[in-house]
Design a binder for this molecule. Structure first.
Ligand code: SF4
Ligand code: SF4
Length: 320
C-alpha cells in the first residue's frame, strides 16, 4: 500500500475447560498445503486479474516505486481486502493503546479464511459496499505506517507459502500484483524481492505469524476431505480459534483462569512468559490449536489427565 507510508467442547473462557480433540494424525491424509495471504485484492476496473502468475524468489527483481507524487496516491488504500495476521493485531492495538478486543471491535469485520472454515479479522473499509477508504488513510498517506499490516507491507507483492505432501519443508514465494490504477509499476526502480522485504520490515512479524500460517495451510489442505478426519471445524472450535489468534488478552485469561494449566504440562518459566509476553502467549495459542485441530504433539497433557483420558476411552470401547 502507499509505501511511504461447536457444539463440540474444547472449552471457553466463560465455560471453563473441557477437552475434546478435533483432529487426528492418522487415516487419510490430504495432499499439499498452501497459504495465500493475498487471496482476493479488489480490482477497481473489474476486468483483468491483477496477479502476475510468476513466482518471485528472494533473488528475483521487480520494478516498482511508490511516492507521494504519483497520480494514484492512496488509491490502493480504498476498498482493500486486508486480512490481519495475529502480529498485525498486536501491533495495531498497541499503536492505538487499545486492547485487541477494542481494536477489533472498532476497525475490523469478521470473515472466513478461504478454504479453511476458520475465522479471521479483516480491516473494515469505509462505505456501505466496503469500497471506501481504509480507516487509517489520510491525505498524506498511511497514518499507522510503522504499525501497518503485513499485506500493506508486501504490496505490490503477494505472499504464498507452499508445502508439498512428500516434502518436509515449506517454501515461501511472492508474486507481483499489477492493479490497473497503480502507477508505481511505471516508475523506474528495480529492486530484489529480498531487499524490498527488508525495507518494508516484514521479517520479524512473519516469524511471529508462522504458527498461524501453518494452521491455515493445513486446514486448507484438509478442506477437500471435509476437514481433519472428515470433520469440519465446529462453531465452538471456530470461536476458540478466533479468540486465540486475534485476542491475546482473552487467550491469556483463558489459560490462566480455566483448567488449562491443570490439563497441560506448562513449566513455571513458560507461564511467566505467557503472563508478560504477547508473542509467547501467541506461540502457545498456535501450539494448542495445532494439538486440538490436528493432534500434533505441540503441547503435552499432564500424565494424570492422559491416564484419565485413556481409562475413559477404554470404558467407552467396553474394555473395562
Ligand atoms: S496505487 Fe500503487 S503507486 Fe499508487 S499509492 Fe498505491 S502503491 Fe503507491
Ligand atoms: S493500513 Fe490502511 S492506510 Fe495504511 S497502508 Fe494499509 S490500507 Fe493503506
Amino acid at each position: 500500500m502507499s509505501s511511504d507510508k461447536e457444539e463440540d467442547r474444547i472449552g471457553s473462557e466463560e465455560e471453563g475447560f473441557d477437552l475434546e480433540e478435533e483432529g487426528a494424525s492418522c487415516g487419510p491424509q490430504p495432499r499439499g498445503e498452501e497459504f495465500n495471504l493475498f487471496e482476493a485484492l479488489r480490482d477497481t476496473t473489474g476486468n483483468a486479474d491483477p496477479v502476475t502468475p510468476v513466482r518471485l524468489l528472494p533473488e528475483d527483481s521487480f520494478n516498482f516505486r511508490c511516492h507521494k507524487d504519483v497520480a494514484c496516491w492512496n488509491r490502493c488504500c480504498h476498498g482493500a481486502d486486508i486480512t490481519l495476521t495475529p502480529s498485525d493485531i498486536l501491533r495495531l492495538s498497541k499503536h492505538f493503546k487499545q486492547t485487541a478486543a477494542e481494536f477489533l471491535a472498532a476497525n475490523t469485520v469478521p470473515a472466513f479464511f478461504p478454504r479453511t472454515n476458520l475465522p479471521v479479522a479483516k480491516l473494515k473499509m469505509g462505505g456501505d459496499d466496503g469500497k471506501g477508504p481504509c480507516p487509517f488513510v489520510k491525505a498524506e498517506g498511511c497514518s499507522v505506517y510503522g504499525a501497518r499490516p503485513q499485506t500493506c507491507r508486501y504490496y505490490p507483492l503477494g505472499l504464498v507459502s507452499m508445502k508439498m505432501k512428500d516434502s518436509p519443508d515449506k517454501q515461501d514465494f511472492h508474486f507481483l500484483v499489477r492493479e490497473p490504477h497503480c502507477q508505481g509499476h511505471a516508475e523506474k526502480q528495480i529492486q530484489k524481492v529480498a531487499q524490498y522485504r527488508e525495507q518494508q520490515g516484514v521479517l520479524s512479524a512473519e516469524a511471529v505469524d508462522r504458527g498461524w500460517v501453518d494452521i491455515l495451510m493445513k486446514m486448507a489442505s484438509w478442506s477437500s476431505m471435509g476437514g481433519p478426519m472428515g470433520k469440519a471445524p465446529t462453531a465452538q472450535t471456530q470461536k476458540m480459534f478466533f479468540m486465540a489468534t486475534t485476542d491475546v488478552e482473552g487467550f491469556r485469561r483463558f489459560v490462566l483462569n480455566t483448567k488449562f494449566l491443570e490439563t497441560y504440562e506448562i513449566d513455571a518459566m513458560a507461564i511467566d512468559d505467557i503472563k508478560n509476553d504477547d508473542e509467547a502467549a501467541l506461540h502457545l495459542a498456535f501450539d494448542w490449536l495445532k494439538n486440538i485441530l490436528f493432534n500434533e504433539p505441540t503441547i503435552l497433557l499432564k500424565e494424570q489427565v492422559l491416564q484419565q483420558a485413556i481409562a475413559k476411552a477404554r470404558t467407552e470401547m467396553g474394555a473395562g
